[in-house]
Write a protein that binds this ligand. Structure first.
Ligand SMILES: Cc1cc2nc3c(=O)[nH]c(=O)nc-3n(C[C@H](O)[C@H](O)[C@H](O)COP(=O)(O)OP(=O)(O)OC[C@H]3O[C@@H](n4cnc5c(N)ncnc54)[C@H](O)[C@@H]3O)c2cc1C
Length: 482
């Protein structure tokens, strides 16, 4: 009998429930990853695909160093999966359920194939703190608002998964020789790693399970106590930068919860110091639960009335937004950080999303898709929830009348323009007063050699007028459509 442990976004060896379960049984074990270039996040040339390439490479090295093996299959998922089941007489497939695309498509295909070939399929919910179907409100309905979700989860912490960190003896995964076709990183991912832009992006990150834990350790030891006060200021390195590792399951929310609790218990961390950050981790859990309950939300608004929203067509302003040429310094700084590093500070994500959806009136999916392409941490649940929250059409969303004014936000969260100066160096000589809205300080711009429209763009949108336009568009949704 042979068990297949099918890995999707659990690219780690510690806290790996599927491997632990399979390796307890006397059966032969195959540990596999299936890379179907048609089923990616953001496409084959996305930042997410690049992180996948690096993290698979790291996982392969780690498992081989411990005497085990991973099979990496490339090609059409259904074909590769069926072939593996048939060639190796697989009797059970164990996998960890993931919400959102491309995972749902793969999981549905796996279900059909296993049914056809009478193979037992065992889904686990190890990437959740608690299984969504076991976590609803008193009416048996899903939580739609974060705070009650968070409170209920904290009250039921004893029911949350605590994953065992121990790495089982992995030698059984190498008992069946890995076929030549599954020995190496897929061609398409290898080619991606060679791209000059990929090298530049990767220079900002160390991508492995060990690096994820080093990052977590350093954050918990040095920064977590200042997280609550500093996390909104993009010039300060105050957040954990763990999101891509979490997205790929190189580290898990459950593992981090256990680690925080252990540090609180041994006195090295104060509960009140770490609580704001743990709360933020629960946002990820909330987003994943929502997507399980409402899978349609990946492409449609949670609030159905937004189906009638009069979104503008993509135009040259959309391109200016993508290319960080909006003429609004804080926005351009955020978009340049994204392009250069594959990540963007949370406050900036809110600001750029607000500008795109509420000032430029572009569909939130357009922004979500751009983030899927450019973010290392692009995640079906978090990305959808983030965009729908800002656009106003999500559950528990920012109210429609709340538009982030990028200039006042810039003054508030980047008062000295440190973040802007880092990413928009052509404005670095402007005063703290002028740097947030250079178009209001044309004389100073002239004196400092900045020609708006030439050395730096003029703003592509009038913030006050577009705000009124947005309010009118949302107001019209309240009128029943005949
Ligand atoms: C428009 C928009 C799109 C977003 N898209 C994504 C995405 O594709 N992938 C993604 O992981 N996050 C997304 N976020 C949430 C958030 O911006 C990032 O999780 C955070 O910036 C990652 O930085 P960090 O790891 O340093 O987070 P920290 O502040 O250190 O937080 C720790 C972890 O908690 C989780 N978390 C924190 N904030 C949020 C949040 N608001 N929602 C859900 N989970 C959160 C993340 O997993 C994060 O790694 C988006 C937010 C917005 C407004």
């Amino acid at each position: 009998m042979t068990t297949l442990v099918w890995c999707q976004r659990e690219l780690r060896l510690q806290h790996h429930l599927g491997l632990q379960m399979a390796l307890k049984q006397p059966d032969l074990v195959i540990f596999s990853y299936f890379h179907d270039p048609k089923l990616t996040i953001g496409g084959t040339e996305s930042a997410n695909s690049l992180w996948l390439a690096k993290s698979l490479q790291a996982l392969q090295t780690d498992i081989q160093n411990l005497g085990g093996a991973i099979w990496i299959h490339e090609g059409d998922f259904a074909e590769q999966f069926t072939q593996l089941l048939k060639t190796h007489n697989i009797t059970e497939v164990i996998y960890s359920f993931q919400p959102g695309e491309p995972f749902v498509t793969q999981q549905n295909l796996a279900l059909q194939i296993c049914q056809t070939h009478q193979v037992k399929l065992t889904p686990l919910y190890s990437e959740f703190l608690i299984e969504p179907s076991r976590f609803s409100n008193q009416q048996g309905k899903p939580y739609l608002v974060f705070t009650p979700f968070y409170k209920a989860l904290m009250q039921r912490q004893d029911q949350c998964h605590t994953l065992d960190a121990a790495i089982p003896d992995l030698k059984a995964t190498a008992q069946i020789p890995v076929p030549e076709s599954a020995k190496h990183l897929p061609q398409s991912l290898q080619a991606l790693l060679q791209k000059p832009w990929a090298q530049k992006l990767l220079a900002h990150w160390d991508i492995s399970e060990a690096a994820a834990w080093q990052q977590a350790d350093s954050f918990l030891a040095n920064s977590v106590q200042n997280y609550d006060t500093d996390r909104d200021f993009p010039a300060i390195d105050a957040s954990s930068r763990l999101s891509p590792y979490l997205q790929f399951g190189q580290i898990s929310v459950s593992g981090l919860f256990t680690e925080c609790q252990a540090r609180i218990a041994n006195g090295s961390l104060k509960a009140e110091a770490v609580q704001p950050w743990m709360r933020q981790l629960v946002w990820k859990e909330f987003a994943r639960h929502l997507l399980c309950w409402f899978p349609h939300a990946e492409t449609q608004p949670f609030q159905a009335k937004y189906n009638a929203m009069d979104w503008a067509d993509a135009d040259e302003n959309t391109q200016a937004w993508q290319l960080s040429q909006t003429g609004i310094p804080i926005i351009d700084a955020g978009m340049r950080e994204l392009w250069a590093t594959g990540t963007m500070h949370n406050r900036l994500r809110m600001l750029v999303a607000s500008l795109l959806t509420k000032n430029l009136h572009q569909h939130w999916l357009l922004g979500k898709n751009w983030f899927d392409f450019t973010l290392f941490d692009a995640d079906p649940a978090n990305n959808v929830m983030g965009w729908q929250w800002v656009a106003g059409c999500g559950v528990d969303a920012a109210p429609y009348y709340r538009l982030f004014n990028p200039v006042t936000q810039s003054v508030k969260f980047d008062a000295e323009g440190l973040y802007i100066r880092r990413w928009v160096p052509e404005l670095k000589n402007l005063s703290n007063k002028a740097i947030h809205a250079p178009w209001e300080h044309t004389q100073e711009c002239q004196m400092k050699g900045i020609i708006l429209g030439k050395t730096y763009p003029k703003p592509i949108v009038n913030l006050a007028e577009s705000r009124q336009d947005h309010l009118a568009r949302v107001q019209s949704l309240k009128t029943p459509i005949c």
